[in-house]
Design a protein around this ligand. Structure first.
Ligand SMILES: Cc1ncc(COP(=O)(O)O)c(C=O)c1O
Length: 389
């Protein structure tokens, strides 16, 4: 089947997703391939999922081994791989976080954060505070914590008692968090919004306010975590320890898995009140253990920091007035352009580079963290070509 036929077949039945103009039929490290044999540097990594690269050998081996042994055991049966993942995650997260819950998607980890916080605070603490421009997923709790109306309005009414503070606005945060707040949920670097890192003072104030009002502070590390920003977790470049982090995307090396890692205090939930059939399913768990270990053993955060700097300085040198700003941390990079970002993506694809947009006017790169100098140079050359007037 050629690329066009593959796309047309899906389009005929797909209920939700529009289809990009190329199918993916193979992947290897930082590269993906379409059905016509074209090779692309995958600077989107399918929305930041493939941190350890496509078909990472360690992940493939772990998945094969687990699938040959047994593919499923519900989380109330302990398995060797699940325990190994728990230890690996505990080693890789702040010491004060000593409990975890495994789920399947980012939004489920955030739902757990919201439910844990509500159940573990007093009954008057019913409010959840999130940030304007923030994104936390597409289930009802998560869309209620998500700012953009396009994700909420078609499904209104959403869950009550959510409130929004302006991002990086300390005064707005102070006005919003009060004694009725159970949870403050923040991205330390906003992704979907267009790649906006938090000011240290903003996160420090959030910590103080949560302590003062008996609320929990949770950092959504679903897009920014697992080494992407140059640290294992994006909040580590700040002097603030949350009560929990949520992680997904690169956690699973391409398989669906997510986690909330939190303090014991935050897990004061009645037995049997939370769970899910596929939570901690063995095959995704094996992939995640391999992905976490690969990230740590190969110091992918350090590579992300180095290649991110190389990418940003390369882009800054492009001689064009169509680039308004380049920002980000590590390999979470946004290039703000004049006009709509989407129109540059097809030009980039023609040059063999796949990217994403964020908001309307930002080209977003969330590539595999295994990116090397030559790949970055090729991406900068492709951008220079696309921005050439
Ligand atoms: C910051 C953030 N939180 C939550 C989510 C939701 O994750 P998922 O799509 O796996 O439910 C995303 C996904 O893009 C995200 O970027």
């Amino acid at each position: 089947m050629n690329s066009e036929d593959i796309i047309e077949r899906e389009k005929r039945y797909e209920a939700v997703f529009s289809k990009k103009p190329l199918p993916i039929v193979d992947g290897d490290g930082v590269y993906v391939y379409d059905a016509d044999g074209n090779e692309y540097i995958d600077m989107g990594a399918s929305y930041g999922v493939m941190g350890v690269g496509h078909a990472n050998p360690k992940v493939v081996e772990a998945v094969e081994e687990q699938a040959r042994s047994f593919t499923y055991a519900q989380a109330s049966y302990a398995t060797p791989e699940r325990g190994a993942l728990m230890e690996a995650l505990m080693d890789a997260t702040p010491d004060s976080l000593d409990r975890l819950f495994l789920a399947n998607a980012g939004t489920e980890a955030n739902e757990a954060a919201m439910k844990f916080a509500r159940a573990s605070t007093d009954e008057d603490s019913t409010k959840i505070v999130a940030a304007k421009r923030g994104f936390h997923g597409r289930t009802y709790g998560s869309i209620s914590a998500t700012w953009k109306s396009k994700y909420r309005e078609p499904f209104a009414p959403t869950v009550p008692e959510f409130d929004f503070a302006a991002y990086n606005d300390v005064e707005s945060l102070k006005e919003t968090v009060d004694d009725e707040t159970a949870l403050v949920l923040l991205e330390p670097i906003q992704g979907e919004a267009g790649i906006y890192p938090a000011e240290p003072e903003y996160l420090e104030t959030a910590r103080d306010l949560c302590d003062d009002h008996g609320a929990y502070l949770v950092f959504d590390e679903i897009q920014a975590g697992m080494g992407r920003t140059g640290e294992m977790w994006s909040h580590e470049q700040y002097d603030v320890t949350p009560d929990a982090i949520t992680t997904a995307k690169s956690l699973g090396g391409g398989l669906p898995i997510s986690a909330i890692v939190c303090t014991e205090e935050m897990t004061d939930i009645p037995k049997g009140s939370h769970g899910g059939t596929y939570c901690g399913n063995p095959v995704a768990v094996a992939a995640a253990r391999a992905a976490v270990e690969y990230t740590v053993e190969n110091d992918l955060p350090a590579n992300a920091a180095r290649q991110g700097e190389r990418l940003v300085s390369g882009v800054e040198e492009i001689d064009t007035d169509r680039i308004v700003d380049v920002r980000g941390e590590g390999l979470m990079v946004g290039i703000q352009v004049r006009g709509r970002a989407g129109r540059y993506l097809s030009g980039l694809a023609r040059e063999g580079v796949l990217g994403l947009t964020a908001g309307t006017n930002v080209i977003r790169f969330l590539p595999p963290l295994t990116l090397e100098d030559g790949h970055v140079d090729a991406v900068v050359d492709a951008l220079a070509e696309v921005f050439d007037p």
